[in-house]
Design a protein around this ligand. Structure first.
Ligand code: MN
Length: 401
């Protein structure tokens, strides 16, 4: 039976999913399940062992499965899954596991949907082995955009954005000359607190209620502080080679327009769809082919009735200011921004700091970096070191609150 499956599978596109139990990962799995003739999942990675992860392994029988650390690898082995599946999958763990999956021989497409800076190494590994990196992990580009884009260029790797705004920009730029870009208009829902005065003390529960998108915890908090949008400016800059000064945030609460490109001749192209992450994931998986699915429901403009737009007062959103500042300074500062943000968001979710303390924690780490490592050369080693030090500095700042 396995041989027969492999024979059929040989014609299918092998794909690896990193972060398969997260919000994006689970959506990707749904999409792949609905396109059984198109793909074969040969590698899956998740931080920890869960029923969801075991179910995915049973369903797709990947050659390799990776988990966060040695303890989780032992749990996966002890689950009896290898015996159940007749010898599969090979079990890996940690950074090495992610890097192995990202550069697996015979695979062309790697979806990186892990959360946070842990996505840096597998992103570099994927493009350095000439693969198409379907990138949902924006932190990798924020922290190591220079290395990832340079490695893609050097080794013939390709980066396809999965982030909805960047997928939109990518689609607007098909067959366009990047030199004709006047401006990129990055749309933003504004998160749960936009234009709301006096919300009192913001609890994790309040901040986790995003008005339009159902996502993982970290990105939902980043959306509430608008750090997500700040990071998306940096992501846009690396993906499309556009300077930060040409990227503008526009609040658009309906989340129908996912971003726009303004060209030098005054023409603006916008990409629209209902807000459903399966649409950009499906696009990236099948690019350049468009595939219909049951969630491929076009926007009904009569029902939407009107689209609203507001400018963003950056002074009210310190996280956006910090991101823009880090982007302009460049070097290792965006790495520090991303690492410190992870620590701050984690501390907020653990109720060790308040919502309004988040930018202060990140600012502490950035100030430390400005005085110490700002001028250092950007290498993989210096990035990983900046990530570690920034976590320590941010952790100290959390402890001091
Ligand atoms: Mn986004």
């Amino acid at each position: 039976m396995h041989k027969a499956l492999d024979a059929v599978g040989g014609k299918k596109e092998p794909v690896v999913i990193l972060g398969s139990t997260g919000s994006i990962g689970r959506s990707a799995v749904d999409i792949l399940r609905a396109q059984p003739g198109g793909f074969r999942v040969v590698g899956l990675a998740a931080g920890s062992v869960s029923e969801t992860f075991l179910g995915q392994i049973r369903e797709f029988r990947p050659n390799c499965a990776a988990v966060g650390d040695q303890r989780e690898a032992r749990r996966l082995r002890d689950s009896g899954i290898i015996k159940e599946l007749g010898g599969k999958p090979k079990i890996l763990h940690g950074e090495k596991g992610l890097e192995y999956l990202a550069s697996m021989p015979g695979v062309k497409k790697v979806l990186n949907a892990v959360c946070g800076n842990v996505g840096i190494l597998p992103s570099i590994a994927a493009v350095s082995s000439g693969k198409t990196l379907l990138l949902a992990n924006k932190e990798a580009l924020v922290s190591a955009g220079k290395l990832i884009t340079a490695a893609a260029k050097k080794y013939g790797g390709e980066i396809l954005p999965v982030d909805s705004e960047h997928s939109a920009i990518f689609q607007c730029l098909q067959a366009e000359n990047h030199r004709a870009i006047g401006k990129i208009i990055l749309t933003a829902s504004g998160g749960p607190f936009f234009n709301k005065k006096n919300h009192g003390k913001i609890t994790p529960k309040m901040a986790l209620k995003h008005p339009k998108w159902k996502m993982g915890k970290k990105i939902t908090i980043d959306s509430a502080t608008l750090m997500n949008k700040g990071m998306e400016i940096i992501e846009t800059s690396w993906l499309f080679g556009v300077p930060v000064g040409k990227i503008e945030i526009l609040i658009h609460p309906e989340c129908i327009i996912h971003s726009m490109v303004e060209f030098i001749d005054g023409v603006i192209l916008a990409q629209m769809s209902v807000p459903d992450m399966r649409i950009p994931i499906n696009y990236a998986l099948n690019y350049p082919v468009r595939i219909a699915s049951d969630y491929s429901v076009p926007v009904d403009f009569r029902k939407v009735s009107r689209l609203n737009f507001h400018s963003l007062d950056i002074s009210k959103y310190p996280c956006v200011e910090l991101a823009v500042e880090a982007a302009r300074a460049g070097g290792l500062l965006p790495t520090v921004l991303s690492a410190a943000d992870e620590v701050a968001v984690d501390a907020f979710l653990g109720e060790r700091i308040g919502f309004d303390d988040i930018p202060g924690i990140i600012d502490c780490a950035l100030n430390w970096a400005k005085d110490t490592i700002a001028g250092e050369r950007v290498t993989l080693e210096s990035i990983l070191e900046a990530d570690r030090s920034a976590r320590l500095k941010a952790g100290e700042a959390v402890g001091a609150r």
